[in-house]
Design a protein around this ligand. Structure first.
Ligand SMILES: *Cc1c(COP(=O)(O)O)cnc(C)c1O
Ligand code: SF4
Length: 338
């Protein structure tokens, strides 16, 4: 008799899927501020919000301190008027991605590694994003289009690593991702699969048993590069997702971007490094901000970045200090600043 009454209850308490969390994300800066008890606290929204709208999932919102307009997680996602400022030197294609495109969606800048743009979508819109002006409309979306892009890799036996990037490659649903991985595996000279993603951090529920299964199964060595800028981004669910990735025998790395007001502070960077290492994730790169139009207010001078890294060296084991790098168009690798 009770079964009928119990069933809806169990449906209601089932945790939402990652797709449901994406669907219910906040898409309006006014609503975002309201949810954080900050309505009326900040001046209006920039015109840029129309081109690159607010996009914040609940799983990120929960980690923001309500009532704090300077919260480091809020600053990463809240459109601010400064985005409309035209600042000399800040341009739409700051890193020369378009020039390095070998086929639609396939970017090769560096020896042996090719980067595939797998999705124009992300689980969040980071206001400092270097690809915010990238023409995703022209990137491949269907399997035949990916197949065409991968022809470049098939023809060049020197490419032994394929990097899935975006947008966020984990925005692809599991069975599509599985097909893409199989396509890459079929290229004999490719030995490594790298996934650049922010999803396990934004929505840890994305690390599904399906994803874990396909990563365990592939013959390719796996490198997962996360993007975490601040220790407050790492909650218990994120830690769990990181451990699940490590259990797939993925090499787990992190890249952060040095951002004014968010993580340009020694104690913050040290705590971040320690928390990453404690979750088996190695701090890989600390990026100097790419000079993309609309992000100038996030820039930290390189001299300050160098000082922070040197101070980190005095406090942390060598493996916990990231390489401080900058991306300059036309170079044969990222440029190590210090
Ligand atoms: C950053 C980047 C890579 C990866 O560089 P690593 O130094 O190997 O991490 C590869 N291709 C492109 C186009 C990149 O921008
Ligand atoms: S997740 Fe990466 S690609 Fe997506 S908006 Fe953020 S920085 Fe840009």
């Amino acid at each position: 008799m009770n079964i009928v009454a119990l069933e809806p209850e169990s449906v209601r308490t089932r945790p939402p899927s990652w797709q449901a969390i994406v669907k219910s994300a906040i898409r309006d800066s006014g609503q975002l501020l309201q949810r954080l008890d900050l309505a009326g606290h900040l001046p209006g929204s920039p015109t840029e919000e129309k081109n690159f709208p607010t996009f914040v999932p609940e799983t990120w919102l929960r980690r923001i301190q309500p009532g704090d307009p300077q919260d480091p997680l809020l600053l990463q996602v809240l459109p601010r008027l400064a985005e409309d400022a035209v600042v000399p030197g800040f341009v739409t294609d700051a890193v020369g991605d378009l020039e390095a495109e070998q086929a639609p969606g396939l970017i090769q800048k560096y020896h042996g590694r090719a980067l595939l743009i797998t999705s124009g979508a992300c689980a969040v819109h980071c206001r400092y994003c270097f690809r915010r002006h990238y023409p995703y409309g022209q990137a491949p979306v269907s399997m035949p289009q990916f197949d065409d892009a991968l022809e470049v890799v098939r023809q060049d036996t020197q490419i032994d690593e394929v990097i899935l990037s975006g947008g966020d490659p984990l925005m692809m649903v599991d069975n599509k991702l599985q097909q893409l991985i199989e396509m890459i595996e079929a290229i004999e000279h490719v030995r490594r699969l790298r996934i650049h993603t922010r999803l396990p951090v934004l929505i840890p529920q994305r690390v599904t048993s399906g994803l874990v299964g396909m990563l365990k199964k592939t013959r390719l060595a796996k490198i997962v590069v996360l993007h975490i800028n601040h220790p407050q981004e790492i909650d218990a669910d994120v830690r769990q997702a990181m451990l699940q990735l490590v259990e797939c025998h993925a090499l787990l790395l992190n890249q952060a971007v040095l951002l004014k007001g968010v993580n340009d502070d020694l104690e913050t960077l040290i705590t971040l490094s320690k928390q990453l290492v404690d979750s088996h994730c190695q701090p890989y790169y600390l990026h100097q901000l790419d000079r993309v139009a609309g992000v100038a207010h996030f820039e930290v001078p390189e001299a300050e970045g160098c000082k922070l890294i040197e101070q980190m060296r005095g406090r942390l084991p060598g493996y916990a200090v990231p390489r401080y790098v900058r991306e300059s168009p036309g170079e044969s690798s990222k440029t190590v600043i210090v």
